[in-house]
Structures are given as C-alpha cells and as structure tokens.
Design a binder for this molecule. Structure first.
Ligand code: SF4
Length: 257
C-alpha cells in the first residue's frame, strides 16, 4: 500500500524553490488569454465563488507546467479533466522552445484506466467539492458517502429495472476492483429489478471499506512517526533539487539571465 519513497521521489514543492522560480519565468512568456481559456478556471470560479479569483489561481496551470518541465518529463499521468492543463503545458513548452531554443520536451498524457471518476453527487470527484473518498476515511464516513450516491434517475421505484450504464454506483464497483462475475451479477440484478439500489449500495460500501481499511492503517502508522515523514521529505527535496537546479540553470542561460 502506498508509494515507495525509494523508487519515487516524494517532496514538498515549497522546499524546492526552483518550482516557484520557473513558474515566474514561464509567466513572462505566456499570454494571459491562454490561461483564461482553461476550462477549469471559469468552471471552478462558478462552483467555488469569486474568493478564488486571484492571479495565483489563474496561473495555477502554469505552476503545474513548471512542475512537469522542471524534470523534463515526457509522460504525465493525468485524469481526463486535466487534459486541457496538459495541452496548455505543451503550448507553453512550444513557445519557450521557439523563443529560447529547444530546452524542454513536449509532455504527453498518460491516461489512467479510469480517467474520470465521479463523486457520489455525480460531479467530478474532488477534495474541493467535499465529495471524495479520502484515504483516511473511517467506515462510518464511507457508508455515509456511498449511501448518498445518486443512482439511475429513472429508477424511481424498486420494481423498475435500472440502467447500470448510467449509474455511478455501477462504475464504482469496477473502480474498486470487483471481480467480473460480481459485476455481471450486479448488471443482471439491476436490469431485471431483482437487486435494489439500497442493497447494491450496501454491497459497494463494504467493498470500499475493504479497500480503504489497509490504506488507512498504513497511513495511521506513518502519521504516528512524523520524524520518518520529515526525513523522507527532506531526502526527496534533495533528490528533486539535484534534477531541477541544472534544468532551471539551463533555461535561465537560454533566456540570457
Ligand atoms: S441497482 Fe445498483 S447499478 Fe442499478 S441503478 Fe441501483 S445502484 Fe445503480
């Protein structure tokens, strides 16, 4: 369970100042209109209110670009909703390379098996929307979240057959790795109205609880040892800086700074 700090570099972004510095440099070459047209910008302001309508929020996709290109990454694991951000990163890379010479490779998307996961309210699952399954959730919280899930809106009575293909509960069975035979059984039970939504959600909640429990325990064990976390992050920051510093120096040299 979890990410192995020996194989993957884990660090606090704020401890590697090269990210902030490259963010500022990229900002000098990026037209404002490119940032304003990123679809999540207007969408999230509409969802979360004008309080987040700041330069930092507008420029956030550019900071993500810095996070990628500082390591000359060629592949980036992203969800479907992040594709416009990656497209922006690619445009910025092309512009920087055109202006200052070929410093950065153009990053490509690496889409996951489930590129778009919806929360129980059928909106994109997101911590900001409070509709996410988090790794520290206890069983009661998981039950509450799963039992609140929106199902097939046409299935207003228990004896009406459902449509698993439009129901997020059904997608979550796959997301939480139900065996194919059980997925087939949910499909059959739903479409014949033998299976009710309440029962199906209870079964799903049990599956989510079983998935999260070992992660929650491992997380609790790590949190009980904050010195180990600090040591992992300090080591990660040093390893990240060893890669990032020469790349920042290279682009600054190309820019004549
Ligand atoms: S039985 Fe399951 S898959 Fe079918 S509509 Fe209800 S919750 Fe969705």
């Amino acid at each position: 369970v979890g990410v192995d700090p020996e194989r993957s570099i884990l660090f606090r972004q704020s401890e590697v100042h090269e990210h902030a510095e490259l963010f500022a440099l990229l900002g000098m070459a990026t037209p404002l209109s490119w940032l304003e047209r990123v679809p999540t910008y207007k969408g999230q302001i509409a969802e979360l209110g004008e309080g987040i309508d700041t330069y930092g929020f507008l420029g956030y996709p550019l900071l993500q670009t810095a996070d990628i290109v500082l390591y000359k990454a060629t592949k980036v694991p992203v969800g479907q909703d992040q594709l416009p951000h990656l497209e922006l990163a690619r445009e910025v890379v092309r512009r920087m390379n055109h202006l200052y010479g070929p410093v950065f490779p153009e990053p490509q998307a690496l889409l996951a098996e489930f590129p778009l996961v919806l929360g129980p309210d059928n909106r994109k699952m997101s911590k900001s929307y409070g509709n996410a399954v988090t790794l520290g959730m206890d069983d009661e919280e998981i039950d509450g979240l799963v039992m609140s899930m929106i199902t097939d809106p046409q299935r207003v009575r228990r004896d009406i057959p459902g449509r698993p293909e439009v129901c997020n509960v059904f997608s979550w069975h796959r997301l939480f790795r139900a065996p194919q035979a059980e997925i087939d059984e949910v499909y059959r039970g739903c479409t014949t109205a033998e299976l009710g939504c309440v029962q199906d959600k209870r079964d799903l909640a049990a599956r989510v609880r079983d998935t999260i429990a070992p992660i929650r325990e491992r997380r609790a064990a790590l949190l009980a040892d904050p010195e180990r976390i600090d040591a992992i992050l300090a080591d990660g920051a040093e390893r990240a800086r060893a890669i990032a510093a020469p790349v920042l120096a290279e682009i600054k040299g190309a820019m004549g700074l």
